[in-house]
Design a binder for this molecule. Structure first.
Ligand SMILES: [Cu+2]
Length: 275
């Protein structure tokens, strides 16, 4: 019984110690995105179901072992204590087929809405469908290359085109996007399979060579988040640790304008004359 008890105690304590979910900018393991909170609720629901199942089956196992040992001790008053075999019991087979199937079906149906919002483009928030992607993130061995649209004369971001444009702007390992609103990126891979992972936002999506995968998320706080590769993609896999910086939208626009000035600077002319 040591292991079941240890498992239950650990299940109980792990969330408080941030073993279950990583401690993000909030200092706790709390999800930093609205959809992430709902994903966490699903995790906890499944954790409770598996804990109850695990403890229940261990208690059942303990009970069977205990009563079996007691009966074999006293073979002389075996009357009425005849060994009972469950093997071939139709009723038991039906019960332990239907109950797990019902539990799995319940989980499958219960998570469908969150899954759809996360992965199915038609169910994405209307805002990201309207505004389109704000950046393209391309994974490669071993870094994240990020492409943003340039800004027009008024300082508004242009539309991000599927193919690189002369007006595009670039960063490496530094993804910057507006906070407190759903934003979308295009995810690609240049070489092998990588996995775009924002642990605090509960976003994890494979980057697959040849595919352009739209990914959306919403950072509820303006701060810096971890951006990792969650797929062992080669010797330098660890070097893909980078960051997502979420800022209010006006600050993000100013940053994009500054990036444009910086990247268009020819290194000769007086920078102040260009503006
Ligand atoms: Cu990688």
């Amino acid at each position: 019984m040591v292991w079941p008890i240890a498992a239950v105690v650990l299940c109980w304590l792990a969330p408080g110690w941030n073993w279950w979910f990583p401690a993000g900018p909030s200092g706790t393991g709390a999800a930093m995105s609205p959809l992430g909170e709902r994903i966490d609720d699903l995790f906890y629901m499944i954790l409770i179901i598996t804990t109850v199942t695990f403890v229940g089956t261990q208690i059942g196992l303990g009970y069977v072992l205990f009563t079996g040992a007691r009966r074999s001790d006293q073979p002389e008053d075996a009357e009425g204590e005849k060994a009972w075999f469950s093997h071939g019991s139709h009723n038991l087979e039906v019960v332990w087929s239907i109950v797990p199937a019902a539990v799995l079906l319940f989980i499958a149906l219960y998570q469908m809405e969150v899954w759809a919002e996360y992965r199915v483009q038609d169910a994405f928030p209307k805002q990201v469908i309207r505004t389109g992607p704000l950046a393209e993130v391309t994974a490669r061995q071993f870094e994240w290359r990020i492409r943003y649209p340039g800004v027009d004369a008024e300082g508004n971001p242009l539309e991000l085109k599927p193919d690189p444009q002369p007006t595009d702007l670039y960063t490496v390992n530094d993804l910057r996007l507006p906070s407190s609103q759903p934003v979308m990126i295009w995810l690609r891979s240049e070489d092998v399979q990588h996995s775009f992972f924002l642990p605090e936002l509960r976003v994890k999506q494979d980057a697959v060579p040849g595919l352009v995968i739209p990914v959306w998320f919403e950072a509820i706080k303006s701060t810096e988040y971890s951006m990792l590769c969650a797929e062992l993609c080669g010797w330098g896999h660890y070097k893909m640790k980078s960051r997502l910086v979420a800022t209010p939208e006006d600050e993000w626009r100013v940053w994009l304008q500054e990036l444009q000035v910086e990247q268009n600077y020819d290194g000769v002319s007086d920078e102040s004359n260009d503006e």
